[in-house]
Design a protein around this ligand. Sequence first.
Ligand code: E4P
Length: 213
Amino acid sequence: MEFFIDTGDVEEIKTAAKWGLINGVTTNPSLIAKSGRKQADVIKEISEIIDGPISAEVIATDVDGMLKEASELAKIHDNVVIKLPLTEAGITVCKMLSDKGIKTNVTLCFSPNQALLAAKNGATYISPFIGRIDDIGHDGMALIEEIRTIYDNYGFQTQILAASVRHSTHVRDAAIVGADVATMPLNVIQKLFKHPLTDIGLETFLKDHQKSL
Ligand code: E4P
């Protein structure tokens, strides 16, 4: 499973990059707004830290506007992946960009049928938002499982990018059901390291080592 960090904060990316675990980055307009910087500047700086896919989202909602923004974003760096919303326009542009060999991440996916549309039009990644589905009392992980089955039934190469990941159990379950990638905020990645028995065990080992000196 690949790990992406889900943030527009360059300092967080630098912290996570040191662990050697991060394969890519996802951003969205809310995360970029939180950074208080221009999207192009943030994406350029990220490309100097992480050598892997960096998702940058279009703001336009019509085909022509999306294509124009995609072309500007793609110029920033070869690793830029164009993030498109799961709308009629987004899915149309997904096909146009895929046909040109430009990588895409179709976002705001909340149903297996939406994921099927993205795969049919050659999306590189599909982003099912598991946390937001859980938030409304439904089962986000079931969606990942259903998409996995559909993609495997037909041999679709679109990668399932588990998004809206809120805690470490989401990561474990997404790995069990076969998501290709999980994109996570820094605090979730940090929690993956943690287990109380590791801390207790290490404390004991260090105390015992002191006794043996
Ligand atoms: C990633 O691509 C998504 O934009 C992100 O994971 C959304 O997460 P949220 O539901 O916590 O905002």
